[in-house]
Design a protein around this ligand. Sequence first.
Ligand SMILES: [Ca+2]
Ligand SMILES: [Ca+2]
Length: 416
Amino acid sequence: MFFDLGEVLGTIGAVSLRAITFKKGRWVALILAYFFLGGIGFSQKEQWLKFRPVSDDYGVRGVTVLVTTNLPVGLVPPKESGTLAFFRWCTALDGKARWFCFPIPPLGGTVTKLYIDKNANGRLDDDAPELPVRSSEGECEFGPFKIQLSTPDGPVVYVIGVVIEDRAERASQGPRWLPRIFSAGVYQGKVDFGGKKVLLTLIDCNANGVFNDTFECPEGPDMIAIDEGNSLSESDMNERPLSRYIEVGGGWYELEVAPDGAWVKVRKAEGLQWGTIQVPVGVTELKLIGENGKLDLRPQDGIGQLPVGMYEIMEYEYSKKDSAGVNWRVKGWFKESVFVRVQKEVPGSLRLGEPITLALSHEALGEGRVRFELDVQGPLEERVMVYRGKQQSVPPRLAIFSADGVFAVTNTLEYG
Ligand SMILES: [Ca+2]
Ligand SMILES: [Ca+2]
């Protein structure tokens, strides 16, 4: 769905939320806006960050690539017998592509060697094979590997890890081998935002070697995490896509990130244009992500102020008292992307919270068994959870009868 403040522009089909969130095309308008605004000058000094190695469980991210068993043109293979699989990793940091290669193991076996053309000379016969650091049925991990890159700003070391998934059992649904290359390090440090120091982490989410991809990158934006001192753990850190602006401690800043992640520059955002979003009065919290950054809005009397731009609505909270004075609370989140464009001096409205509808579906599982599912939905077909006071509302009961009345059963639906 696509909303313009004040009017509905049109709709898109039921596509899963994450799948289309940051895809190319969806953000064409953002790209144009970016170039239109042109180069934003940064006068502030570099604030240097430190490299910190991270393991793959820091977050499943990176780039999944396809393999070929055809020897790529111009590539000298390693001295190996048997069938070889090749895949490629490219980085904009030095503009080069590097080939990877592994001998395909017999069915049931795991990948035992990985060759990487680390020096990007088009030869794999001068690279020693790497051994897996973790190997299990269906998946093995290699690395981390340091890749030396020559960039216009001097030499840079980029660290990658590789996980090769063997999908032999599901090969009918796609390729058998799925290597994923991920950035095995982040850049982290205390960064000064107008006197307030926060722990900032740069994550090369799309593993292209560059840490400053924003929404206009076809592979999607990189991520930053912000800890203003109130995060309980790293996973709790306030992670968001890298965007033009960033809100820290109630102030808005522009952030420039070095391509290799080594430093950031911060300056107070000037000339930000503000717009208004109107929601039902009961909406107490509204979380959005867009070209301007991540926002946690707390609308007052149904009105929220935010920088002009395009946003995707992530979550909201809505509350209301019933006639007995009991507080009811609704938490909503979106399985389909809902976008809102905030324009200057064009107030509009977004319907959230009510009405809540129930959609019952069923699936025959065979052997006389049927599974029923009840979707609790808000006005934009978002998923909602309903709380009465502090308790989740009592799930409805479902009575099922056969047409002749012989069969009768009543079940209570369960959350989950
Ligand atoms: Ca080589
Ligand atoms: Ca990147």
